[in-house]
Design a protein around this ligand. Structure first.
Ligand SMILES: CC(=O)SCCNC(=O)CCNC(=O)[C@H](O)C(C)(C)COP(=O)(O)OP(=O)(O)OC[C@H]1O[C@@H](n2cnc3c(N)ncnc32)[C@H](O)[C@@H]1OP(=O)(O)O
Length: 373
């Protein structure tokens, strides 16, 4: 089988950061406004008052201290509680394509490649800005890539599913090199009025170049040794937003058209599945867990990652074994494990092994075992 490598990665980080403290001030002001506005109904027991949020709870429950967003003032306005980003004209590049291009240029540079070397563009993420044309085709045009592109959505596992799709395309000869992009503007699906989840997500975009090892020239190559995907249906992470919402207008814009989850159930069910998948994929690669020196895990929740590595290693992971980026980026959905991979790979010696693992809505789990060249 043809050897395939990840030859470069890129990261777009949005310009604005919001600390837990800032987010909580906005949420609590919103809660006060809501409670005052509905005081009579609350007193009559018809509505429940909204309780305040707390920065200490957020950090303890999730490990998140801050998050990056595309626009900050609207999110922190208690009377608005979502980003203010004007719609662009059809003639302008769309916002999601723009952040793809920024991340892609970095990844191409790092891979020592140009647009002329890429045959396929995959935009793989949780939320697409529009129904069509495919975001990947707009990115392809913006970068001047000949060939083809398409979009795919496997929620938080979109990047690893994208890597496997790219791997298959290179192995089959469909593409010499593939650009996989994960533009996560998660502030669009996050309900900033929901106390249980208003702190969870942040925005970012990652890019990955995948190509045949025999022609790769990059100084940052990771050979893909094995990749494994799994899905199992669950309603515990769900968002009912979609093109059929308008058929039942009473539901348009309701909270179920945004991200919602049963966080405790997700925690309990997904951690063992992820640990098992990693073990299986490492074994399929002809390795033992002890031979893996780095885990670039999905960055949803610090406690999940601590538990998964403990299940695998039988001890607590050292900080460098499972790098954390969710403290400053929060959960960036599919981009999270790739941000960790992008930021924490240069110190690895040639021949060392690592695992990229994502898990999320679906449920979906993707696991990729790599060896530093
Ligand atoms: C895999 C993915 O990417 S999906 C997206 C992210 N999903 C995940 O991270 C799934 C994993 N789940 C989790 O990490 C956790 O369930 C979290 C972080 C979401 C929530 O933490 P939990 O400890 O489970 O909080 P839980 O909802 O049970 O609430 C615990 C208490 O804190 C309170 N609480 C909830 N939100 C807040 C808040 N913002 N501020 C203060 N207190 C709060 C609750 O009212 C509850 O109080 P009680 O014990 O008096 O009833």
């Amino acid at each position: 089988m043809k050897q395939v490598v990840i030859s470069g990665t890129g990261l777009f980080t949005p310009p604005h950061s919001i600390s837990n403290e800032e987010l909580v001030v906005a949420f609590n002001a919103y809660a006060e406004l809501y409670n005052a506005e509905h005081a009579d109904a609350i007193a009559a027991g018809e509505l429940t008052a909204i309780e305040g949020s707390s920065a200490a709870f957020i950090e303890k429950a999730s490990g998140i201290k801050s998050r990056y967003v595309m626009e900050k003032s609207g999110i922190l306005d208690p009377a608005h509680m979502t980003a203010r980003i004007p719609e662009r004209a059809d003639e302008e590049i769309s916002l999601q394509a723009e952040i793809c291009v920024a991340a892609a240029r970095q990844a191409l540079d790092r891979a020592g490649r140009t647009a002329a070397d890429i045959d396929m563009v995959l935009v793989a993420c949780s939320n697409m800005q529009r129904a069509y044309p495919a975001m990947a085709v707009e990115v392809q045009e913006a970068l001047g890539i000949d060939g083809f592109g398409f979009d795919m959505n496997v929620a938080c596992s979109s990047a690893t599913f994208g890597i496997q799709t790219a791997l298959a395309a290179v192995q089959s000869g469909q593409a010499r090199a593939v650009l996989v992009l994960n533009p996560e503007i998660t502030s669009g699906h996050l309900n900033f009025r929901d106390r249980d989840s208003h702190f969870i997500f942040g925005d970012a975009c990652t890019a990955i170049v995948i190509e045949a090892a025999e022609t790769a020239t990059s100084a940052h190559q990771f050979e893909i040794l094995e990749s494994k995907l799994k899905t199992k249906f669950s309603n515990n992470i769900r968002n009912n937003f979609g093109f059929m919402n308008r058929f039942d207008e009473s539901g348009v814009g309701m909270p179920d058209k945004l991200f919602r989850q049963q966080g405790r159930k997700v925690f309990k069910e997904v951690c063992p599945m992820a640990a098992e998948m990693i073990r299986e994929t490492v074994t399929n690669a002809g390795l033992e867990v002890a031979q893996v020196s780095r885990y670039w895990l999905h960055q949803a929740n610090l406690n999940m990652n601590l538990l998964i590595t403990r299940m695998l290693l039988g001890r607590d992971a050292e900080p460098q074994e499972a790098p954390v980026i969710l403290d400053t980026y929060a959960n960036t959905s599919s981009a999270g494990s790739i941000i960790a991979f992008h930021k924490y790979q240069d110190d690895m010696p040639s021949g060392s092994h690592g695992v990229i693992c994502s898990f999320g809505a679906g449920y979906s789990i993707g696991c990729v075992v790599v060896r530093k060249k």
